[in-house]
Design a protein around this ligand. Structure first.
Ligand SMILES: [Fe+2]
Ligand SMILES: [Fe+2]
Length: 258
């Protein structure tokens, strides 16, 4: 009887690669990077200023490095179309040439207004003393390593994780942010939320589509898919650890306040 052995070098079709990568990307909805107790706590109700500062400082710290990760991905990609689509993503992150529209600048502006209202006096984001947690530093450092992998499929897997977890992440963060709406005028609130609207609108949808097509294009064998999955899972695990530590830190602060 003839047996068929699928080797790691076995070629896979464009269509099969797209299907497999889509399945991988969709699976992030069940990963603790997306499904975790931090989001439940954040959405459940407003937190005191000290706890908002912990969230703000740690989230901002990694968001401000997003262009670096995308630039590293660009450097470690070989495919021309993939590089072109990745540059568009970087262009979005950096405000289309307008420094005031850089995503991290918009996020910092939002947190400065929110924290100023919660504190009852102007807050300069750079004077916040909340600690940067070890898992935030690990996420940044290990994240940059995975985005610099010499294996292009692993780089594309990390980019796929970044873009596919970003949409639900921003939906949950925005839903939590709505708990503080009463600290703003109605129009002012929506104007201040530009960072969130960019990410739950067309921009992030486009990044999802691009990162999927880039990743699928890079996978021509089973071995490629395994390398892609390694980058994807490694980055999601780093994100999950970060939210878990932020949640543990907030829970501890809440217990101490009792
Ligand atoms: Fe962004
Ligand atoms: Fe994005």
């Amino acid at each position: 009887m003839l047996s068929v052995t699928v080797t790691s070098a076995e070629p896979i079709s464009d269509e099969a690669a797209h299907t497999r990568v889509y399945e991988l990307a969709s699976g992030c909805a069940e990963h603790p990077a997306v499904r975790n107790p931090f989001y439940e706590l954040w959405m459940a109700g407003p937190l005191p200023a000290d706890q908002v500062e912990i969230v703000a400082r740690n989230f901002y710290e990694r968001v401000r490095r997003t262009p670096d990760r995308i630039a590293l991905a660009f450097l470690h990609m070989t495919d021309t179309v993939a590089r072109s689509e990745t540059i568009e993503n970087l262009y979005d992150e950096t405000g289309h040439g307008n420094p005031a529209g850089v995503h991290s600048v918009l996020l910092r502006g939002f947190f400065e207004i929110l924290l100023s209202r919660l504190r009852g006096h102007p807050v300069d984001f750079y004077e916040i003393t909340a600690p940067i947690l070890p898992s935030t530093i690990r996420l940044i450092e290990e994240g940059e390593k995975i985005f610099s992998s010499p294996i292009p499929q692993t780089v594309c897997g990390a980019l796929l994780a970044q873009e596919w977890h970003a949409y639900p992440q921003l939906v949950y963060l925005y839903e939590g942010v709505r708990n503080y709406r009463s600290y703003f005028g109605l129009e002012e609130f929506h104007e201040s939320c530009e960072y969130f609207y960019l990410h739950i609108g067309a921009t992030e949808k486009q990044h999802k589509i691009h990162s999927l097509s880039v990743a699928a294009r890079m996978c021509r064998t089973e071995a490629d898919l395994r390398n892609l999955e390694r980058g994807f899972t490694t980055y999601l695990d780093l994100l999950a650890d970060n939210w878990a530590e932020i949640h543990a830190t907030l829970s501890e602060a809440q217990r101490a306040a009792l």
